[in-house]
Design a protein around this ligand. Structure first.
Ligand SMILES: Nc1nc2c(ncn2[C@@H]2O[C@H](COP(=O)(O)OP(=O)(O)OP(=O)(O)O)[C@@H](O)[C@H]2O)c(=O)[nH]1
Ligand SMILES: [Mg+2]
Length: 335
């Protein structure tokens, strides 16, 4: 599972080339510790809600009541009923059969089981195509534009890629201005159209300019709300078709933003988008603002879509590649 930006993206650079830019081992360990600390801090709401309950159960006498309480705690954190049932069942039977009695061992095993639930084979983003086109979709307010800004910044800073943004959310005047502001912060170019212009033509223009200028990655922002849900799905399909026609194989990645604070509701939205918008990965945003961060596990299991990125705050650096092990540990572990 990707922990670093260089692990999230498949760049096609030979191993040697990557190694030259990688920091020395000691430094990268230190950096990883720092990043994990930040992940834990930003997810403190979920951890406090879940962590204290888990510690209380696992370190008490194990009986029927213990497992019920653990189930309740996981469901409260939005881990999802079926995921919770299967995780707790496994833990309970292992504890009974194998005599797992130490609370410490149990919480380690719980972290493993939760991580297994969230792990996926295809959690990476392939950016070998030049240009690579990333389409970002999702319900309004879930964090599309913010995520695009952060992603552009990381692609530039961590991988030295050239990035072009396409403002194909032309339904609201402020939407373009907001993306322009992010382009400034990420120091990348942007293609915009006049208010109410055709989103397809903005996407077309963005891809053709990227091809002409030899840009590495194009990220296209889209509207999150139109007059009706059908209008929105129709428009997203149109934007996608325009991109497909302009460049074979594009869009190479379609990211769906899901607001973690909306819990199971967000899961239902995601199901709808996934069914009609060709989604290839999830960005789970606002994990810092919720005690229900367990939704990441429910999404991975119930949508069968990989969570690729997580948003843990409003700053540029608050977007992270999703790593199942780090995530599960940040969710549960006291230390
Ligand atoms: N705390 C926190 N806030 C976030 C995160 N991601 C986005 N936000 C905030 O959520 C709000 C909405 O984000 P936008 O990026 O505008 O969402 P959008 O999907 O582009 O919305 P529309 O353009 O209306 O469809 C903004 O105030 C962001 O700062 C996150 O990871 N953590
Ligand atoms: Mg937006």
């Amino acid at each position: 599972m990707p922990r670093e930006w260089s692990e999230l993206f498949i760049t096609g650079a030979p191993a040697g080339e990557d190694a030259t830019s990688a920091p020395p081992e000691g430094e990268s360990k230190e950096r990883r510790r720092g990043l994990f600390r930040r992940l834990r801090e930003n997810m403190s709401k979920t951890r406090q809600a879940l962590g204290s309950e888990i510690q209380a159960t696992l370190f008490s006498t194990l009986d029927e009541h213990t497992w019920e309480r653990l189930e309740e705690a996981l469901i409260m954190a939005d881990v999802g009923a079926s995921t919770t049932a299967s995780v707790v069942e496994t833990l309970e039977s292992e504890a009974t059969d194998g005599g797992l009695t130490s609370g410490e061992y149990l919480s380690e095993r719980l972290i493993q089981l939760l991580a297994d639930t969230a792990r996926s084979e295809d959690g990476r983003i392939d950016i070998r195509a030049k240009p690579t086109v990333i389409l970002v979709v999702g319900v309004n307010g879930t964090g599309k534009t913010t995520t695009i800004g952060k992603l552009a910044w990381h692609l530039r800073k961590e991988l030295g890629m050239s990035v072009l943004l396409g403002a194909a959310d032309s339904f609201r005047a402020a939407a373009t201005e907001q993306l322009e502001e992010w382009a400034r912060r990420a120091e990348c170019e942007i293609v915009t159209g006049p208010e109410n212009s055709d989103p397809g033509s903005v996407a077309f223009e963005a891809v053709s300019r990227a091809r002409a200028q030899g840009i590495d990655v194009v990220i296209v922002d889209t509207a999150g709300r139109l007059h009706t849900q059908d209008d929105l799905m129709g428009e997203l399909a149109k934007v996608r078709r325009v991109i497909e026609r302009q460049l074979e194989g594009a869009p190479h990645e379609t990211l769906l933003t899901v607001d973690a604070t909306t819990g199971q509701n967000g899961l239902r939205q995601a199901q709808m988008f996934a069914a009609s918008a060709g989604v290839s990965g999830i960005v789970l945003t606002k994990l810092d603002g919720t005690a229900r961060g367990g939704i990441a596990l429910a999404i991975a299991r119930e949508l069968k879509l990989p969570v690729k990125l997580i948003g843990i705050g409003e700053q540029l650096e608050d977007l992270r590649p999703f790593d199942a092990d780090d995530f599960a540990r940040a969710l549960v572990a006291e230390e």
